[in-house]
Ligand binder design. Sequence first.
Ligand code: MG
Length: 235
Amino acid sequence: MISENILVLFDIDGTLLHPGSGARQSLSQAIHEEIGQQLKIEPGFCAGKTDLLIISSLLEKAGCLVQEIQPLMKSVIKRYLELLETNYNAKNDAYMYEGALELIEALNERPEVFLGLLTGNVEKGARIKLGPFGVNDLLPTGAFGEDGFDRTDLSRVAVNRAEAEYGVQFLPKNISVIGDTVADIKCGKVIDAKSIVVSQHLRNEEELIEANPDFLFTDLVNTENIVHAICDKKS
Ligand SMILES: [Mg+2]
Protein backbone atom coordinates (compact mmCIF):
# COMPACT_ATOMS: atom_id res chain seq x y z
CA MET A 1 0.00 0.00 0.00
CA ILE A 2 1.56 3.27 -1.16
CA SER A 3 0.71 5.31 1.95
CA GLU A 4 2.55 2.95 4.31
CA ASN A 5 6.01 3.42 2.84
CA ILE A 6 8.23 5.82 4.73
CA LEU A 7 11.30 7.50 3.25
CA VAL A 8 14.01 9.03 5.43
CA LEU A 9 16.57 11.30 3.75
CA PHE A 10 19.68 12.07 5.77
CA ASP A 11 22.07 14.99 5.53
CA ILE A 12 25.67 13.93 6.31
CA ASP A 13 27.91 16.66 7.79
CA GLY A 14 26.73 17.94 11.16
CA THR A 15 23.87 15.44 11.17
CA LEU A 16 25.27 11.91 10.93
CA LEU A 17 28.92 12.71 11.34
CA HIS A 18 31.62 15.25 12.01
CA PRO A 19 34.06 15.05 9.10
CA GLY A 20 37.09 16.20 11.11
CA SER A 21 39.79 18.41 9.59
CA GLY A 22 40.50 16.35 6.45
CA ALA A 23 37.54 17.55 4.39
CA ARG A 24 37.98 21.31 4.75
CA GLN A 25 41.73 20.92 4.37
CA SER A 26 41.30 18.94 1.14
CA LEU A 27 39.02 21.59 -0.34
CA SER A 28 41.27 24.45 0.62
CA GLN A 29 44.34 22.63 -0.79
CA ALA A 30 42.52 21.79 -4.04
CA ILE A 31 41.59 25.45 -4.55
CA HIS A 32 45.11 26.54 -3.67
CA GLU A 33 46.60 24.17 -6.25
CA GLU A 34 44.16 25.30 -8.95
CA ILE A 35 44.25 29.09 -8.51
CA GLY A 36 47.36 29.66 -6.41
CA GLN A 37 45.50 31.36 -3.58
CA GLN A 38 45.28 30.19 0.00
CA LEU A 39 41.67 30.76 1.00
CA LYS A 40 40.46 30.63 4.55
CA ILE A 41 37.29 28.59 4.80
CA GLU A 42 35.56 29.75 7.96
CA PRO A 43 33.98 27.09 10.19
CA GLY A 44 30.30 26.84 9.39
CA PHE A 45 30.75 28.36 5.89
CA CYS A 46 29.98 25.04 4.21
CA ALA A 47 26.97 24.19 6.41
CA GLY A 48 23.80 23.60 4.40
CA LYS A 49 25.48 24.42 1.07
CA THR A 50 26.08 22.11 -1.88
CA ASP A 51 29.68 21.48 -2.95
CA LEU A 52 28.97 23.37 -6.21
CA LEU A 53 27.76 26.42 -4.29
CA ILE A 54 30.65 26.25 -1.80
CA ILE A 55 33.29 26.06 -4.52
CA SER A 56 31.74 28.69 -6.80
CA SER A 57 31.34 31.10 -3.84
CA LEU A 58 34.97 30.58 -2.82
CA LEU A 59 36.23 31.06 -6.39
CA GLU A 60 34.13 34.20 -6.72
CA LYS A 61 35.51 35.51 -3.42
CA ALA A 62 39.00 34.82 -4.72
CA GLY A 63 38.28 37.13 -7.66
CA CYS A 64 37.78 34.54 -10.40
CA LEU A 65 35.77 35.74 -13.38
CA VAL A 66 32.34 34.23 -14.06
CA GLN A 67 33.57 32.52 -17.24
CA GLU A 68 36.51 30.98 -15.35
CA ILE A 69 34.43 29.50 -12.57
CA GLN A 70 32.70 26.68 -14.48
CA PRO A 71 35.86 24.99 -15.84
CA LEU A 72 37.73 25.63 -12.58
CA MET A 73 34.97 23.97 -10.56
CA LYS A 74 35.46 20.71 -12.42
CA SER A 75 39.18 20.61 -11.75
CA VAL A 76 38.77 21.72 -8.12
CA ILE A 77 36.21 18.95 -7.47
CA LYS A 78 38.42 16.34 -9.14
CA ARG A 79 41.45 17.36 -7.06
CA TYR A 80 39.37 17.74 -3.88
CA LEU A 81 38.16 14.14 -4.20
CA GLU A 82 41.70 12.85 -4.76
CA LEU A 83 42.90 14.70 -1.67
CA LEU A 84 39.86 13.70 0.37
CA GLU A 85 40.56 10.04 -0.30
CA THR A 86 43.97 10.45 1.34
CA ASN A 87 43.25 13.09 4.00
CA TYR A 88 39.83 12.08 5.25
CA ASN A 89 40.08 10.69 8.75
CA ALA A 90 43.89 10.44 8.38
CA LYS A 91 44.12 11.97 11.85
CA ASN A 92 41.33 9.75 13.09
CA ASP A 93 39.27 12.85 13.80
CA ALA A 94 36.10 12.05 11.84
CA TYR A 95 33.35 10.53 13.91
CA MET A 96 29.69 9.62 13.79
CA TYR A 97 27.56 11.46 16.31
CA GLU A 98 26.30 9.51 19.26
CA GLY A 99 23.07 7.74 18.33
CA ALA A 100 23.46 8.21 14.56
CA LEU A 101 24.35 4.60 13.80
CA GLU A 102 21.72 3.31 16.22
CA LEU A 103 19.08 5.46 14.51
CA ILE A 104 20.01 4.21 11.03
CA GLU A 105 19.98 0.61 12.27
CA ALA A 106 16.65 1.00 14.10
CA LEU A 107 15.04 2.49 10.99
CA ASN A 108 16.59 -0.15 8.76
CA GLU A 109 14.95 -2.87 10.84
CA ARG A 110 11.48 -1.55 10.05
CA PRO A 111 10.18 -3.06 6.81
CA GLU A 112 8.09 0.00 5.93
CA VAL A 113 11.06 2.39 6.19
CA PHE A 114 13.42 3.13 3.29
CA LEU A 115 16.61 5.15 3.69
CA GLY A 116 18.53 7.60 1.52
CA LEU A 117 20.73 10.68 1.49
CA LEU A 118 20.04 14.33 0.78
CA THR A 119 23.45 15.92 0.98
CA GLY A 120 25.41 18.80 -0.50
CA ASN A 121 28.43 16.51 -0.89
CA VAL A 122 29.17 15.25 -4.40
CA GLU A 123 28.42 11.53 -4.33
CA LYS A 124 32.01 10.34 -4.29
CA GLY A 125 32.78 12.70 -1.39
CA ALA A 126 29.70 11.48 0.49
CA ARG A 127 30.77 7.87 0.04
CA ILE A 128 34.32 8.62 1.25
CA LYS A 129 32.94 10.38 4.35
CA LEU A 130 30.53 7.57 5.26
CA GLY A 131 32.92 4.77 4.31
CA PRO A 132 34.84 4.33 7.59
CA PHE A 133 31.55 3.91 9.46
CA GLY A 134 30.18 1.12 7.29
CA VAL A 135 26.84 2.78 6.48
CA ASN A 136 27.07 3.26 2.71
CA ASP A 137 25.18 0.02 2.07
CA LEU A 138 22.35 1.15 4.35
CA LEU A 139 22.04 4.46 2.47
CA PRO A 140 22.26 3.26 -1.15
CA THR A 141 20.46 6.14 -2.88
CA GLY A 142 19.97 9.88 -2.65
CA ALA A 143 20.60 13.30 -4.11
CA PHE A 144 24.09 14.76 -4.03
CA GLY A 145 26.09 17.93 -4.54
CA GLU A 146 26.40 17.51 -8.29
CA ASP A 147 22.60 17.51 -8.65
CA GLY A 148 22.29 21.27 -8.17
CA PHE A 149 23.59 24.55 -6.78
CA ASP A 150 20.65 25.20 -4.53
CA ARG A 151 20.11 22.54 -1.92
CA THR A 152 16.32 22.70 -2.27
CA ASP A 153 16.69 21.52 -5.89
CA LEU A 154 17.94 18.21 -4.46
CA SER A 155 14.78 17.19 -2.60
CA ARG A 156 12.71 16.06 -5.58
CA VAL A 157 15.76 14.32 -7.10
CA ALA A 158 16.28 12.36 -3.87
CA VAL A 159 12.66 11.19 -3.77
CA ASN A 160 12.62 10.22 -7.46
CA ARG A 161 15.85 8.24 -7.08
CA ALA A 162 14.61 6.48 -3.95
CA GLU A 163 11.36 5.53 -5.69
CA ALA A 164 13.34 4.11 -8.61
CA GLU A 165 15.85 2.33 -6.35
CA TYR A 166 13.27 0.72 -4.07
CA GLY A 167 10.45 0.31 -6.59
CA VAL A 168 7.91 1.92 -4.26
CA GLN A 169 6.26 5.34 -4.04
CA PHE A 170 6.26 7.76 -1.14
CA LEU A 171 3.58 10.27 -0.18
CA PRO A 172 5.06 13.63 0.92
CA LYS A 173 3.65 13.23 4.44
CA ASN A 174 5.57 9.95 4.78
CA ILE A 175 8.92 11.48 3.85
CA SER A 176 11.31 12.89 6.47
CA VAL A 177 14.29 15.10 5.71
CA ILE A 178 16.82 15.08 8.56
CA GLY A 179 19.51 17.76 8.72
CA ASP A 180 21.21 20.38 10.85
CA THR A 181 20.59 23.71 9.07
CA VAL A 182 17.80 26.02 7.93
CA ALA A 183 18.60 24.85 4.38
CA ASP A 184 17.71 21.27 5.39
CA ILE A 185 14.38 22.48 6.80
CA LYS A 186 13.66 24.21 3.47
CA CYS A 187 14.49 20.94 1.66
CA GLY A 188 11.74 19.24 3.64
CA LYS A 189 9.25 22.05 3.13
CA VAL A 190 9.63 22.31 -0.68
CA ILE A 191 8.35 18.75 -1.04
CA ASP A 192 5.86 19.05 1.83
CA ALA A 193 7.80 16.44 3.81
CA LYS A 194 8.52 16.38 7.53
CA SER A 195 11.57 18.43 8.45
CA ILE A 196 13.58 17.12 11.36
CA VAL A 197 16.67 18.97 12.57
CA VAL A 198 19.37 18.26 15.09
CA SER A 199 21.42 21.03 16.71
CA GLN A 200 24.29 18.94 18.14
CA HIS A 201 26.92 20.45 15.83
CA LEU A 202 26.08 24.11 15.20
CA ARG A 203 24.16 24.76 18.46
CA ASN A 204 21.87 26.86 16.25
CA GLU A 205 18.53 26.17 17.98
CA GLU A 206 17.30 29.75 17.64
CA GLU A 207 17.62 30.04 13.87
CA LEU A 208 16.31 26.50 13.43
CA ILE A 209 13.19 27.26 15.48
CA GLU A 210 12.63 30.41 13.41
CA ALA A 211 12.57 28.26 10.27
CA ASN A 212 9.77 26.21 11.84
CA PRO A 213 10.88 22.57 11.53
CA ASP A 214 8.41 19.81 12.39
CA PHE A 215 10.84 18.44 14.99
CA LEU A 216 14.02 19.76 16.59
CA PHE A 217 16.32 17.50 18.59
CA THR A 218 19.47 18.59 20.39
CA ASP A 219 21.14 15.26 19.53
CA LEU A 220 20.35 11.83 18.08
CA VAL A 221 20.74 9.93 21.33
CA ASN A 222 17.07 9.13 21.99
CA THR A 223 16.49 6.69 19.12
CA GLU A 224 12.92 5.89 20.14
CA ASN A 225 11.77 9.53 20.12
CA ILE A 226 13.27 10.18 16.71
CA VAL A 227 11.84 6.98 15.23
CA HIS A 228 8.42 8.13 16.53
CA ALA A 229 8.87 11.57 14.96
CA ILE A 230 9.65 9.88 11.63
CA CYS A 231 7.08 7.10 11.68
CA ASP A 232 4.07 8.74 13.37
CA LYS A 233 1.55 10.28 10.97
CA LYS A 234 2.14 13.96 10.19
CA SER A 235 -0.68 15.97 11.76
MG1 MG B 1 24.75 19.45 7.38
